[in-house]
Design a protein around this ligand. Structure first.
Ligand code: BMA
Length: 321
């Protein structure tokens, strides 16, 4: 427990942070950040990292580790490169992968941002081994990003959270599909707040959702525009298991924000941006892998049970404006 005069700490930075950076890469890379994360069948942690080159374009590269902290084996060449000849929506790169294992298909679904002249949109690819990928193309047209699938069908349909942008705001939505290709049934899930709130200007799903007996635990990023730029922080919400468009609780305060030097200094300072989580062998430890200042990869760990308890204390059932 935290001392009474401090906010409760839900996510603890790993002492080895940043755990991965461009200096670790087997080929030239400018920055390495915003990794998707999953655990493979044998327990190995796999990160699908966003690697930005000196053109400013990104691709995805897999890093594997037995303990999820160190001893990483990084693919010698890019794992998934943009393929603008066949997928013109990838012209300016592919970014921010989020991984969900779909037991029904025995495949991992990788949602990523495909960036081109039309803006950033959501693309989907399936893989069994993170070596070969089957692209399903752009599933949400620009501007849209921050997408991840739910691991199983809801009422017969696949479900994907994502974050379309309109002139009226950047809010989290959910969409459904019978076949992973045709998406509809769009519903607004979580809105950016307004005014002074820490998540007043944009919200978006950060890592893939975590299924708990109480609901889908959601870590989302909230953006507040300040005189010196955007501040990216993390908040918690709980979505109904059977009706994930319904927010059971939403935390009032942010729970993690850029404080360490590697989160404040870099290409884009004051950014802590997770795209993936893994769950420890105890079923409760949540390992949150995040991009730090759009430059390196860091790890923070917490307890799922503690986050649910915190939401009971600090969460509101109704959206607050
Ligand atoms: C978001 C995304 C992230 C990035 C963040 C901060 O909009 O593009 O990839 O980490 O901005 O630059």
């Amino acid at each position: 427990m935290s001392p009474r005069h401090q906010y409760e700490v839900l996510l603890h930075r790993h002492e080895f942070n940043p755990i991965l950076s461009a200096a670790d890469w087997p080929y030239p890379a400018h920055t390495v950040f915003n990794p998707g994360a999953t655990r493979l069948a044998d327990g190995t942690t796999l990160l699908l990292c966003r690697v930005e080159d000196r053109r400013g374009h990104s691709h995805l590269c897999a890093a594997r580790s037995a303990n999820g902290v160190d001893g990483w084996t990084i693919d010698a060449v890019p794992t998934l490169m943009p393929d603008p000849k066949q997928y013109p929506e990838e012209l300016w790169g592919i970014e921010d992968a989020r991984i969900t294992y779909l037991p029904e298909l025995k495949k991992y679904a990788v949602c990523y941002t495909a960036f081109s002249k039309g803006g950033p949109g959501v693309a989907l690819a399936m893989t069994e081994d993170f070596k070969t990928f089957e692209r399903l193309g752009l599933v949400m047209q620009p501007d849209d990003k921050d997408a991840a699938m739910l691991p199983h069908r809801i009422d017969g349909n696949w479900a994907m959270l994502h974050r379309p942008m309109t002139d009226l705001g950047a809010h989290v939505w959910i969409s459904y599909s019978p076949d992973l290709t045709n998406w509809g049934g769009h519903k607004l899930v979580l809105q950016a707040r307004r005014g002074a709130w820490w998540d007043a200007n944009k919200v978006g799903l950060s890592p893939q959702l975590v299924e708990t007996p109480r609901g889908w635990l959601m870590i989302y990023h909230g953006v507040r525009q300040t005189a010196s730029g955007a501040l990216y922080r993390l908040g918690l919400a709980l979505l109904d298991l059977e009706h994930p468009d319904q927010v059971l609780r939403r935390g009032d305060m942010w729970v993690f924000g850029p404080e360490a030097s590697y989160e404040c200094l870099g290409d884009v300072g004051y950014v802590a941006f997770p795209c993936g989580v893994t769950i420890g062998d105890d079923g409760d430890t949540l390992n949150v892998y995040y991009g730090a200042a759009d430059t390196s990869i860091a790890l923070a760990t917490g307890s799922i049970k503690q986050m649910l308890r915190w939401l009971d204390e600090h969460g509101m059932a109704v959206k607050t404006d």
